[in-house]
Design a protein around this ligand. Structure first.
Ligand code: FES
Ligand code: FES
Length: 160
């Protein structure tokens, strides 16, 4: 069975016919062509597929596209404005929060969701907020620094 899916994706309304059993991850990558969201474990373990649904981090590999009906979905492609990196993007870039980069879009979106809920998180709150995301390269220290720095950039208005 297929259905008509209407949602706001990265700030723009979209309407697509999608199978009932299509995953949000596959909708984003294969129907819309937004390949920033990564497929990792494909089973809810790694967080590489994290996007925001109504500002809350969501594992798109475990989520049906149909469940996004009427909601706001934001992917990593939504970040940055007129050539300027967002605060979280700058944090990961300047604090070397990415190595191979495969996990990075998921970490960035989980971080964006965290900072929208809590603009001034403690280190413990950052660790908890990113607890569903796995990185094989960085050892996490640089990622935590990146999110702290992003919070500072946002608080001082130095990055969107
Ligand atoms: S690909 Fe979704 S949690 Fe790993
Ligand atoms: S930077 Fe390589 S898995 Fe995180």
């Amino acid at each position: 069975m297929a259905r008509i899916l209407e949602l706001v994706l990265n700030g723009r309304r979209r309407t697509d016919a999608v199978p009932d059993n299509l995953l949000l991850l596959d909708y984003l990558r294969e129907v819309v062509g937004l390949t920033g969201t990564k497929t990792g474990c494909d089973g809810g373990e790694c967080g590489a597929c994290t996007v925001l649904v109504d500002d809350r981090p969501c594992l798109s590999c475990l989520t049906l596209a149909a469940s996004a009906e009427g909601r706001r979905v934001d992917t990593v492609e939504s970040l940055g404005h007129e050539g300027r990196l967002s605060a979280v993007q700058r944090g990961f870039h300047e604090k070397l929060g990415a190595q191979c980069g495969y996990c990075t879009p998921g970490f960035i979106m989980a971080s964006v969701g965290l900072l929208r809920r809590n603009p001034h998180p403690s280190e413990e709150e950052i660790r908890q907020g990113l607890g569903s995301n796995i990185c094989r390269c960085t050892g996490y220290v640089k990622i935590i620094e990146a999110v702290k720095y992003a919070a500072e950039l946002s608080a001082t208005g130095l990055a969107p």
